[in-house]
Design a protein around this ligand. Structure first.
Ligand code: PEP
Ligand code: MN
Length: 443
């Protein structure tokens, strides 16, 4: 049941409702919205307190049909935003990129990866210290030593860390070392573990069980929420279907579906979701396009030799290219408000050429996009020459000249922009001439 208090209800009235609920052996979760207080009532035989609807300060008591009460939008209309070491996640905050190796293997590889993630503009460092592997013979992780290394990587880079907890007995160490506790797909139904994570206040990244429906997943979230921890982030990581082309079937529709059901932030894991390095970038962009609050991506300095999940881990240049792509699509906003960004230069000439080729094809596309819009303006103005506005052109060139890039200076940037403008004017004159010709020689 959800008890909606009147706007401006007194604190004493809220307390009286909570006391009555608790006196009946039920639990009351108070959530203070912008305008009014809402109290979620959880427990068995809730109808016993149906009369709270008539108490002072109460607007109405609504019987919730959704089985996941605390996670539901009925309980909380405002979307939850969780802030981890100053990074906002959810409720319309910019896309958050969590990235790092599948497993922490050694200090060197972890620190190297952490620095790369930081340099490329990632927000959270991931890394498994306790690995729930399908085979008991596979690498099981470095355990608490791995957590300590993660904490050291955080000290070096300032990136908060997310790591998977596999047993309730690890809770103390996780509260000490990590910023987000991951509950893995294989443990989504481990109710003891969920309750343990619910006892603390450290945010929980709850992965979807690979055989779980969205309802079951939300019920798992309900375990954490009802134990008292309101900081739950859901993570879609693919489900098992008949399809074998990918390791799992990444259910991107879960993102908009969850939007209609819950206020909790939703993150997508395209690495486990596809199992293939070549698919990670497109599914990351897809996740951002359908409204995910973040992505969590596996990156490794040497994917073919990774101790776990090498096939789906991005190399450093691949991760850097994906970050560029996310920024280009404006899913990632620049934290440094337009100041030029120092890119990481890949190790080999081949890799550098590959990045340059990608950038060049983006540039060609962007210049053409810009030209189409400029032509649109010329047509709207009905001009029979180019439609450029001299004052706007002038201020663009001035802005370019005033920009000091990491390697290009203002004069060089101005040359680039003036070439773009020149080509654009020429294109518009050509279209205007064609237009005039077609009017003169009707078909
Ligand atoms: C992981 O993130 O390393 C992991 C094991 O993921 P999942 O639980 O989704 O398989
Ligand atoms: Mn993994």
């Amino acid at each position: 049941m959800i008890v909606v208090m009147r706007a401006g209800a007194e604190k004493a009235e809220v307390d009286a409702v909570c006391s009555l609920i608790r006196a009946e052996g039920l639990e009351a979760f108070v959530s203070e919205g912008q305008e009014r207080v809402i109290i979620g009532v959880v427990g068995i035989d809730i109808d016993r307190v149906a009369h709270v609807g008539t108490m002072p300060g109460v607007e109405q008591a609504i019987r919730v049909t959704s089985p996941h009460k605390l996670a539901s939008l009925e309980h909380q209309r405002d979307r939850t935003r969780i802030t981890v070491k100053g990074i906002p996640i959810g409720a319309g905050a910019p896309l958050v990129v969590m990235a790092g190796p599948c497993s922490v293997e050694s200090p060197e590889m972890l620190f190297e990866t952490a620095n790369l993630v930081k340099r490329e503009g990632g927000h959270v460092l991931r890394g498994g210290a306790y690995k729930p592997r399908t085979s008991p013979y596979a690498f099981q992780g470095l355990g608490e030593d791995g957590l300590k290394l993660l904490a050291e990587a955080r000290a070096q880079t300032g990136l908060p860390i997310v790591s998977e907890m596999t047993d309730a007995s690890q809770m103390e160490a996780f509260e000490e070392y990590v910023d987000i506790i991951q509950i893995g797909s294989r443990n989504m139904h481990n109710f003891t573990l969920l309750r343990a994570a619910g006892q603390g206040r450290t945010p929980v990244l709850l992965k979807r069980g690979f055989g779980a429906t969205i309802d079951e997943w939300l019920m798992a979230a309900e375990y954490v929420l009802s134990a008292g921890n309101a900081n739950v982030i859901l993570c879609e990581r693919g489900i098992r279907t008949f399809e074998r082309a990918t390791r799992n079937t990444l259910d991107l529709s879960a993102v908009p579906v969850l939007r209609e059901m819950t206020h909790l932030p939703v993150v997508v894991d395209p690495s486990h979701g596809t199992g293939k390095r070549s698919l990670v970038a497109s599914m990351s962009l897809g996740a951002a396009a359908v409204g995910a609050d973040g992505v969590i991506i596996e990156v490794h300095p040497d994917p073919p030799h990774a101790w776990s999940d090498g096939d789906q881990s991005l190399s450093f240049p691949e991760f850097a290219a994906l970050m560029d792509e996310l920024r280009r699509s404006e899913y990632l906003r620049r934290g440094d408000s337009g100041r030029p960004r120092t890119v990481s230069v890949p190790a080999t000439i081949g890799e550098m050429r590959e990045r340059i080729d990608t950038i060049d094809s983006h540039l060609l596309g962007l210049v053409d996009e810009r030209a189409q819009l400029a032509l649109g303006i010329a047509r709207a103005k009905g001009t029979d020459d180019h439609g450029h506005d001299a004052a706007r052109e002038h201020s663009l060139l001035e802005r370019a000249r005033a920009t000091q890039g990491a390697v290009l200076d203002g004069e060089e940037l101005e040359q680039v922009m003036s070439a773009v403008l020149r080509a654009s004017r020429q294109m518009q004159r050509r279209h205007a001439a064609e237009q005039r010709d077609s009017v003169r020689t009707p078909a």
